[in-house]
Write a protein that binds this ligand. Structure first.
Ligand SMILES: *Cc1c(COP(=O)(O)O)cnc(C)c1O
Length: 367
């Protein structure tokens, strides 16, 4: 029987415990497992290699993206590192221009050291994507909606181009979540998430995952997951599984609130970035962004997004501070840019706080 998204969120990988009947997957707080005889285990031997609470999370995450295989990591960056670890010297990656700052950093400041080449393009421009492909290109790495300018890339069209060139398409689906966008159904080969964000949703642990239908690639990724060892602990797996149970409820409400905030801001700011879906909204303040940030009372100034608590950030000094300043300018991340992550508070309180900060902070509202 094939179940729908909300049913899978509660059930996939989470059968009632065989030994005790527990209806929630237990936190198996153990690093190793008894072997019946040398080389004969009950399916688990060492927790870096495989672990039952992690296994439940991995099966669940795969199901959410409509795929067969999932792997969980200790952070979103560890998940990204895992995928890039399959590359070799001389390989080339085509990727989105206004990428998550940490992804930009690991590409340019870490993997480039090992002889891997990156070309950053506006992936919403299909001709630019095709033009950037070389004989050595192995991956097309997409982030959509992009961060922090929320530019939308056509995953299906990009994946079709990549397939024609024998290249795998990877989509960082952290912003959209599988509630709003399922890249594998659109033709992508691999999905990565920072589960720290919407999937966990409560700002209480870090996590990442890689999801695919490609069995050969999965086996290679799994080999590196064990070899490198950036795996999440059982408590974190439990918290992420717990978060997933309300993922679609949270995202639905957050999207509805974001729409109301967009309606409010539209009349009051000169530049607004909102792709028409999702619960992240960016905008330019005309005056002093730092002054505006100081004036907000209910919204929390913090890195990260996708939490039940509404957060906002100043990308130029926070999420994208590791990007070279001229690169940042050239991709349009100005000093006045503010990124909102809409949480689950009463949207009227969120709007009233924005209103007092826009007025009280003496931020000019030129249109
Ligand atoms: C946060 C984030 C990451 C990195 O994840 P961590 O869990 O912080 O390591 C990667 N991609 C995107 C789009 C993110 O927002």
């Amino acid at each position: 029987m094939s179940y729908r998204f909300d049913t899978l969120a509660i059930h996939a990988g989470q059968a009632n415990d065989e030994a005790t009947g527990a209806v929630t997957v237990p936190i198996y707080q153990t690093s190793t497992f008894e072997q019946l005889e040398p080389g004969v285990s009950r399916g688990y031997d060492y927790s870096r290699t495989a672990h039952p609470t992690r296994r439940a999370l991995e099966e669940n995450l795969a199901a959410l993206e409509g795929a067969r295989f999932g792997l969980a990591f200790s952070s979103g960056m560890a998940a990204i590192h895992n995928v890039l670890s399959t590359l070799r010297v001389g390989d080339h990656v085509v990727t989105t221009q206004d990428l998550y700052g940490g992804a930009w950093r690991i590409f340019v400041k870490y993997f480039a050291k090992f002889g891997i080449d990156f070309t950053f393009v506006d992936t919403s421009d299909l001709a630019a994507v095709e033009k950037a492909i070389r004989p050595s290109t192995r991956l097309l790495w997409l982030e959509t909606p992009s961060n922090p300018l929320l530019k939308v890339t056509d995953i299906a069209a990009c994946a079709a181009i990549a397939r024609r060139h024998g290249i795998r398409t990877v989509v960082d689906n952290t912003f959209a979540t599988p509630v709003l966008q399922q890249p594998i159904a659109l033709g992508a080969d691999v999905v990565v998430h920072s589960t720290t964000k919407y999937i966990n949703g409560h700002s209480d642990c870090l996590g990442g995952c890689v999801i695919t239908n490609d069995e050969l690639f999965y086996n290679e990724l799994k080999f590196f997951q064990n070899a490198i060892g950036a795996v999440p602990g059982p408590q974190d797996c439990f918290l992420i599984l717990r978060g997933i149970k309300t993922l679609s409820l949270r995202v639905e409400r957050q999207c509805a609130s974001a729409r109301r905030i967009v309606d409010f801001l539209q009349e009051r700011v000169s530049r607004l970035y909102y792709p028409g879906f999702g619960a992240i909204v960016s905008f330019e303040v005309e005056g002093d962004a730092v002054e505006f940030a100081r004036s907000l009372e209910l919204w929390t100034l913090a890195e990260s997004l996708g939490s039940v608590k509404s957060l906002f950030c100043h990308p130029a000094t926070m999420t994208h501070a590791s990007m070279d300043p001229d690169v940042r300018k050239s991709v349009g991340i100005g000093d006045g840019l503010i990124r909102l992550s809409v949480g689950l508070e009463d949207v009227r309180d969120l709007i009233e706080d924005l209103e007092q900060a826009l007025v009280g902070g003496r931020v000019a509202c030129a249109r």
